[in-house]
Design a protein around this ligand. Sequence first.
Ligand code: FAD
Length: 398
Amino acid sequence: MKTVVIGGGASGIIGALKASEHDEVIILEKNDKLGKKLLLTGNGHCNYWHQNIDVSAYETDSKEVLTNILTPVNINKVFNYLLSIGIYPKEKEGLLYPYSNQAYSFREVLEQNIQKNHIKVIYNAYVKDIKKEDNKFIISFNEETLTCDKVIISTGSKAYPKTGSTGDFYPILANLGHKLNPVYPALTSLKCQGDFMNIWSGIRTEARVSIYVQDKLKKEEVGEVQLTDYGISGVCVFNLSSIASAHLSENVKIKLNFLPYVKDFSSWLLQRSNLLPNYTLEEIFESVFSYKLNSIFFHQAKINPKAYYKSLTTSEIKALENAITNFTLDIIDTGDFAKAQVCKGGISLMDINPLTMESKVISNLYITGELLDVNGICGGYNLAFAFISGFIAGDYHA
Ligand SMILES: Cc1cc2nc3c(=O)[nH]c(=O)nc-3n(C[C@H](O)[C@H](O)[C@H](O)COP(=O)(O)OP(=O)(O)OC[C@H]3O[C@@H](n4cnc5c(N)ncnc54)[C@H](O)[C@@H]3O)c2cc1C
């Protein structure tokens, strides 16, 4: 049996390694290296797994199919498989990295195994099309063709295209009869409207970030937010970004609570002013937020920062509370595909057999990784899905 894996990223490499246990395997990779995107992951540290992989960390068009892919058995099998090929993990708050802390060494381990398993890799092979004739696949790349019995398509999404993932197989698989769900940038920053952004640019602070579409709360996250000259960024913003990109035309707002652990703002402020009776408001807030952020809050609340707490009216206290705990931003755009870490949408999971990752439309054709309509939050979930789906596809043989 001859298997061709199209795309030598996270998912395709694991698929090829497993398939090589029973088939002759060739990887066709567009770049002159394998796993170019892997090198960028986790800021170069490669957060490749999460201790608690669960369907709730993902968006997809079929939670049912995803549940049947991410079974506890499959999760354990693939985790142990990565150990068995040489990945030595280090855990930090549930997130797993290679002990070396280097994405480069993670990719080297995969490369070593490609060589040990005698897998042929054809580099600079840009696959343009596939056809199926008489139970064989004919794969066209560059000016050549290759024939095989089984094909695993692991070409990724169109996020971060400079890594080679340019969404080439969305139209090819759609033309072959697969359902393609709309594709949006995800795990990306948000662009906002406002004249205060060049003041707050560069600040990192803790906040509860809540996203609203048509005034309905969709999701919230608490964590570090990076305030930038165009809007907001950081892990918890990334985790909400797919909602913004899918609903951009529908009045998307973000509300920031810069005191996420304070239950009652007015009692909190009263307590602080009792503790610091001779302090002005700006002095009371001096060590709470950065100077620049305080100036934005006082400006928004129309309060003189030199005023004392006892001179504030109830409505001024409310205005300050609103500025600090309910800071509302109109979202005008998200980061684009060029900088997004993943894509929301893709080839429908409804077209996939979760036991094998085989297409339900074309037999012996397998689809894995981010090309599918599965995207996870930050924390190692996306690479884990790429590995698990690649493993299942490579492992299966009739
Ligand atoms: C900056 C950044 C940081 C990230 N950090 C993390 C993280 O820390 N943890 C995490 O879990 N996820 C992270 N991700 C997401 C993760 O990298 C992806 O979800 C994962 O790589 C998807 O794997 P894949 O194999 O499906 O696709 P890819 O890794 O994108 O691989 C697809 C491969 O197919 C090749 N290809 C494409 N088209 C063709 C063609 N026509 N012919 C031949 N070859 C082709 C490409 O060149 C590429 O090598 C990050 C992503 C980015 C961009």
